[in-house]
Design a protein around this ligand. Structure first.
Ligand SMILES: Cc1cc2nc3c(=O)[nH]c(=O)nc-3n(C[C@H](O)[C@H](O)[C@H](O)COP(=O)(O)O)c2cc1C
Length: 178
């Protein structure tokens, strides 16, 4: 009986030793290293300007790109901001509009920083950007904003998004008109 007890203690001590050793040998356990951080550039672009800006950012941060694609592409007539009956005017007047998007970013969980980019429409982000945000879980990620425009600053768009989604962590914003 005494022998059995001694044997049990010896085996237990050996196993604990192995577990500790394994812990020491596992690289980066519980630690964050720069290699583990991944950046995603998400963008919507109706006429290509924001797409070009997104490509520049992707190069700068060695990041992956994801394009928000509308289920129904925007035509030139849809984008006519002078026309009160155009699709973009109607969508932007109705803050609750959520134009449908094709697919979703299935591996969004792999990224801890996400840049969200768009053309400024009526001084803010097109509502299709809201569709994207609401279709994904962005909690815990650092969200940065970039935009192109005919001259409007990105600050209002950034503040609108921050106000609409206060549960998320918002970082910097960039206007990328050049
Ligand atoms: C419907 C609509 C509304 C716009 N509203 C604004 C605006 O409020 N301020 C501004 O500076 N530019 C405005 N623009 C211009 C776009 O922001 C600009 O051309 C942008 O670079 C287009 O990006 P894209 O080529 O990625 O679609 C508007 C364009 C459209 C089509």
């Amino acid at each position: 009986m005494k022998k059995l007890a001694l044997f049990t203690v010896a085996v237990t001590l050996m196993l604990v030793g192995c577990a500790q050793k394994n812990n020491q040998n596992t690289p980066n356990q519980g630690k964050e290293t720069p290699e583990m951080k991944k950046t995603l550039i998400v963008y919507f672009s109706a006429t290509g300007n924001t797409k070009a800006a997104a490509q520049k950012l992707a190069e700068e941060f060695s990041a992956d790109l994801y394009e928000i694609t509308p289920e129904q592409p925007y035509t030139a007539a849809d984008l006519d901001w002078r026309d009160k009956t155009s699709r973009s005017t109607i969508e932007m007047k109705d803050k609750s509009s959520r134009p449908a998007i094709k697919g979703r970013c299935e591996n969004i969980a792999d990224y801890d920083t996400v840049w969200i980019g768009f053309p400024i429409w009526w001084y803010t982000a097109p509502t299709i950007v809201n569709t994207f945000i609401e279709a994904h879980d962005l909690s815990g990620k650092l969200l940065n904003v970039f935009a192109t425009s005919g001259g409007s600053d990105v600050k209002d768009s950034y503040n609108d998004l921050k106000k609409a989604y206060p549960q998320y962590k918002w970082g910097e914003s960039r206007l990328m008109n050049d």
